[in-house]
Design a protein around this ligand. Structure first.
Ligand code: 5CA
Length: 438
């Protein structure tokens, strides 16, 4: 993308309505614009990040054996009347009436709809387990939407739903999703910690939230250093395949101390060795629930069991705040100059900064690099001051900056800057591509 013609409306001034760094930076770097309270339009730079996050979430769901579907945003009220949540959900639910006077709603979550799909099609225990997921917009009419995309009214969620024949199966699915989440967050360059949580309006009796560490996080967290040391992605770490492996994984996740403020247990905290104690701030980016037969019973979903008798499958649901993650990553990774994207979700791998537009050497070298990046670079081809280009590249947070000036271009070199460390090296264009791996 050429910056001279890109729809990336950066702001010089700090928007007054934004109270936290990620919200300020998302507006300033031109990622999103608010269209109504808590509702945002995603602009090219922001959308590329959102899509990258989706891609990682999807890959890890698929790897764990979950199957992607796509349920609609608009749901019939009948389903929610069956589960009993139509009244319970209160004002957070956006209720709509269609032209035939039928009660509809904009889905805040999809337990009812997925249970309905399940009961229409699955007949036998032999077809279980099933884990279904989708990545779809939700609407919750929050009283006080704030912090930009972190607490919006319309937001993108990955929600998965598991169906098993018994408690042991459901617990295995729950652990599988927990592992998928730890892998997902690590791939995004985040340190995530699962913490026991309340179940709220989803219901059930086992629940964990996934908190990522960020100095500006909403809640105070206490945890064992173990969570900073585990590598969930290495070849010889945990696998989804075997229940024994998942049990060992779950033991590690729940055997080490981790709690938010509300659940903090001073007596248990005292048991943690002093050199293993960690404290910090955190942001909830995911939440998983086991609730057994709550929905399958109330909605009459049954399958034939091994003995031929009907049984209500046991369910869990598993949410990731996909759009919230864009803000959460920025909270975890920024400095005074702007965003610092982790490589895996950055909108572009690199920015190419042409310091002298019109200089034949600079222009030719930049064009050559731009072509070689094949769409993975943002080319700053604006007739602007060098200072403005540096500032915008830092603000937008590209992991690498390739700086092309007339002297270097004549000598066949460029300056390569790593955004995260500020480190600069003088290299040949060939080395740029080799290092960044475009
Ligand atoms: N049905 C369950 C799991 S699929 C559920 O809805 N869980 S939830 O309410 O905890 O939401 C899941 C995730 O969505 C949260 O962890 C959070 O990351 C994200 N989320 C929830 N509310 C909002 C909101 N108002 N704005 C942005 N993200 C949100």
């Amino acid at each position: 993308m050429r910056l001279s013609h890109a729809f990336i409306p950066t702001l010089k001034e700090t928007p007054a309505e934004a109270q936290i760094a990620s919200h300020r930076l998302m507006l300033r770097a031109g990622l999103v614009r608010q269209t109504s309270a808590g509702i945002y339009a995603w602009l090219p730079l922001g959308l590329r990040v959102l899509r990258n996050i989706e891609r990682i979430v999807r890959a890890e769901q698929d790897a764990a054996g979950a199957q992607e579907i796509l349920m609609p945003t608009i749901q019939p009220a009948e389903l929610w009347k069956e589960s009993g949540r139509y009244e319970d959900y209160g004002k957070e639910m956006l209720r709509i009436r269609d032209r035939h006077d039928r009660d509809m709603l904009y889905g805040p979550t999809n337990e009812e709809m997925v249970t309905d799909l399940f009961r229409q099609s699955i007949r036998s225990y032999k077809e279980l387990p099933q884990i279904l997921y989708h990545i779809q917009w939700k609407f919750r009419d929050e009283v006080r939407p704030r912090f930009g995309v972190m607490r919006g009214r319309e937001f993108l969620m990955k929600d998965a739903y598991s169906f098993d024949i018994d408690h042991a199966g459901a617990v295995n699915s729950y652990r599988k999703m927990m592992l998928a989440y730890m892998r997902t967050f690590q791939r995004m360059g985040l340190k995530a910690i699962p913490m026991e949580a309340d179940t709220g309006p989803i219901g059930g009796d086992l629940s964990h939230e996934f908190i990522i560490l960020a100095p500006t996080g909403e809640s105070q967290v206490y945890y064992d250093a173990a969570f900073e040391e585990i590598d969930y992605l290495s070849g010889d770490s945990f696998s989804h395949e075997k229940p024994e492996d998942l049990a060992r994984f779950f033991e590690v996740m729940t055997g080490h101390y981790a709690a938010t403020d509300e659940k903090h247990d001073a007596a248990r905290w005292d048991q943690v060795a002093a050199n293993r104690k960690r404290e910090g701030r955190g942001i909830e980016v995911g939440h998983i629930f086991y609730f057994g037969t709550k929905y399958t019973k109330s909605m009459g979903a049954v399958v034939a069991g091994p003995d031929g008798k009907p049984l209500h499958p046991e369910m869990g649901s598993y949410g990731v705040g996909v759009s919230r993650l864009v803000g959460a990553v920025i909270e975890a990774s920024h400095d005074d100059n702007g965003i610092i994207w982790p490589d895996s979700i950055a909108p572009f791998k690199a920015a190419i900064l042409n310091l002298k537009i019109g200089d034949a050497g600079c222009d030719a070298l930049c064009e050559r690099l731009y072509a070689a990046f094949g769409g993975n670079a943002l080319y700053d081809d604006r007739a602007d001051r060098a200072g403005a280009k540096f500032a915008d590249a830092d603000l937008m947070g590209h992991p690498w900056q390739v700086v092309v000036g007339p002297r270097g271009a004549a000598a066949g070199t460029v300056e390569l800057k790593r955004r995260a460390t500020g480190e600069r090296v003088e290299v040949t264009p060939e080395e740029v591509l080799a290092r960044i791996g475009a």
